[in-house]
Ligand binder design. Structure first.
Ligand SMILES: Nc1ncnc2c1ncn2[C@@H]1O[C@H](COP(=O)(O)OP(=O)(O)OP(=O)(O)O)[C@@H](O)[C@H]1O
Ligand SMILES: [Mg+2]
Length: 166
């Protein structure tokens, strides 16, 4: 499903964030990257959805070289929970969760129903939390909204940065 071939990411200041990394993830597999702070975990994940471009090597998704796939199109197939959660502060919990279904052009009702279903799944009652704004949630509740948002369109690939590894 995902294949890294000799992927390296280095920066102009001489930092090598990822050094000649090769691995393969099969469909249905759950893979965790474990290592000390600064070892390149976030960089590795961001290269999968092209938020960061490798300096060398190739990354394949379902056999296609991702450098040939339009980044926007690519990201719609990949749910991504970032390290700082990154909810939209001006959108409600329900609207945040429905972000990708909206982008994909789902009918409004279907997108909202799906968002409510996902909020329920992560333990947030949509009737209680759906109309709140992110600042009205605890840190852990925000993280759960981030997970619900990433799952909303049932993407084939899900990237979860810390603290979601736990
Ligand atoms: N723009 C940049 N220029 C130079 N070095 C960078 C840049 N961005 C990241 N780095 C370095 O790349 C390395 C890998 O960073 P990355 O964010 O992938 O680490 P991480 O494994 O996710 O760490 P953490 O567990 O702290 O989140 C770090 O040493 C970081 O300082
Ligand atoms: Mg990180």
């Amino acid at each position: 499903m995902i294949r890294f071939e000799h992927v390296t990411k280095s920066y102009a200041d001489g930092t090598t964030a990822v050094d000649d990394l090769s691995f393969e993830v099969a469909e249905g597999e759950l893979v965790t990257l474990v290592g000390p702070s600064g070892c390149g975990k976030t960089t590795t994940m961001k290269m999968v959805n092209r938020l960061i471009e490798p300096t060398a090597g190739r990354i394949y998704l379902d056999g296609a070289d991702i450098s040939t796939i339009d980044p926007v199109e690519l990201r719609r197939r990949i749910g991504y929970v970032i390290q700082q959660v990154g909810l939209f502060p001006h959108k409600t919990v329900l609207e945040n969760t429905a972000t990708v279904p909206h982008l994909l052009g789902w009918p409004r009702k279907k997108a909202r129903d799906r968002a409510a279903e996902l909020l329920d799944l992560v333990g947030l009652d949509p009737s209680q939390y759906g109309d709140r704004y992110p600042e009205q949630l605890s840190g852990g509740q925000r993280q759960r909204v981030g997970v619900a948002r990433a799952l909303a369109a049932d993407p084939p690939v899900l990237l979860m940065d810390e603290p979601f590894g736990a």
